[in-house]
Design a protein around this ligand. Structure first.
Ligand SMILES: C[S@@+](CC[C@H](N)C(=O)[O-])C[C@H]1O[C@@H](n2cnc3c(N)ncnc32)[C@H](O)[C@@H]1O
Length: 275
């Protein structure tokens, strides 16, 4: 694993991200997973599952979930989250890499890749990760692949005024130019994220198809909700929450708006025969 990526996650900030500024991402991701995953009970492999935010919720919903992540701290946090719900524990949590999954052929009904694809800067590595997902899926199984938009740093740079921080514009410019997000000072600026690849929407769709999947959907995760600097007041109020979620849902697949969503989700389906 890239040393900068490992060092970033060893800081431990990932565990509360989805409970704080990533709440809208979490709520929408859960909504899209609920819509696109096969119904429970089913076997799910959460690759790059981090501290287990989605894994434990899916386990609670009746899925048998195994989590794989290269960061030991994340695996420990996922095990702790699992132990905290003894009536619906994970089926397992272990260290591993998306490019070489510790799982047998055709052994899962769904694979989540909510992280690995945007941390692999080389197209060949992303293809290996997608092909591994295809290998471990049963025919007809579903892969859910998250990507970060090519334009996420531009949006974030303005909404959170990162653009005024010396050095950030160069990071943003490179990312827009060739998709490579590189944080030149990971210790001084942990909030500038870490080594990542930023997809154009059509690039994500193309990679999922090139790995042999049928593309079922290409969707905005936060979508137009990202235009809110802080979605919390909307999410905290049940009426405004529904207005917000409907507004996002209504245009979630609109090609003209996809790149304006910080995160994208591609849903693919494994064919019976991959060659
Ligand atoms: C931003 S976190 C997302 C965690 C969780 N899936 C979520 O959506 O909240 C990205 C995760 O991808 C993991 N990751 C990075 N490179 C990976 C790789 N090559 N294989 C598997 N996971 C990887 C990281 O360790 C981290 O846990």
């Amino acid at each position: 694993m890239d040393r900068d990526i490992a060092a970033h996650y060893e800081l431990g900030h990932e565990a509360d991200r989805l409970d704080t500024w990533g709440r809208l991402e979490r709520e929408r991701t859960l909504e899209l997973l609920e819509r696109h995953l096969p119904p429970a009970p089913a076997d799910v492999l959460d690759v790059g599952g981090g501290p287990g935010a989605y894994a434990v919720r899916l386990a609670r919903a009746g899925y048998a979930v195994r989590l794989v992540d290269p960061v030991e701290l994340h695996v420990e946090q996922a095990r702790a989250a699992s132990a905290a719900q003894p009536d619906a524990p994970l089926a397992g949590a272990e260290t591993g890499d998306a490019r070489e999954l510790p799982a047998g052929d055709a052994s899962f009904d769904a694979v989540l890749l909510l992280g690995p694809l945007y941390h692999l800067q080389e197209a060949a590595d992303r293809m290996r990760a997608l092909r591994e997902a295809a290998r471990v899926l049963r025919p007809g199984g579903v892969v859910a692949v998250a990507a970060i938009s090519r334009f996420a740093s531009t949006i974030d740079g303005l909404l959170r005024a990162r653009l005024t921080e010396p050095g950030f514009e160069a990071v943003l410019e490179r990312g827009v130019r060739d998709g490579r997000h590189v944080n030149p000072d990971p210790v001084g600026h942990p909030h500038w994220f870490t080594t990542a690849f930023l997809h154009r929407p059509e690039e994500l769709a193309g990679e999922v198809r090139a790995a042999g999947f049928e593309l079922d959907a290409l969707l905005a995760i936060e979508g137009v909700g990202a235009f809110l600097a802080d979605a919390s007041p909307w999410l905290d109020d049940p009426v405004r929450r529904e207005l917000l979620m409907r507004a996002i849902r209504r245009v979630e697949a609109e090609p003209a708006l996809l790149g304006a969503s910080p995160h994208l989700l591609a849903v693919g389906r494994a064919r019976a025969n991959l060659d």
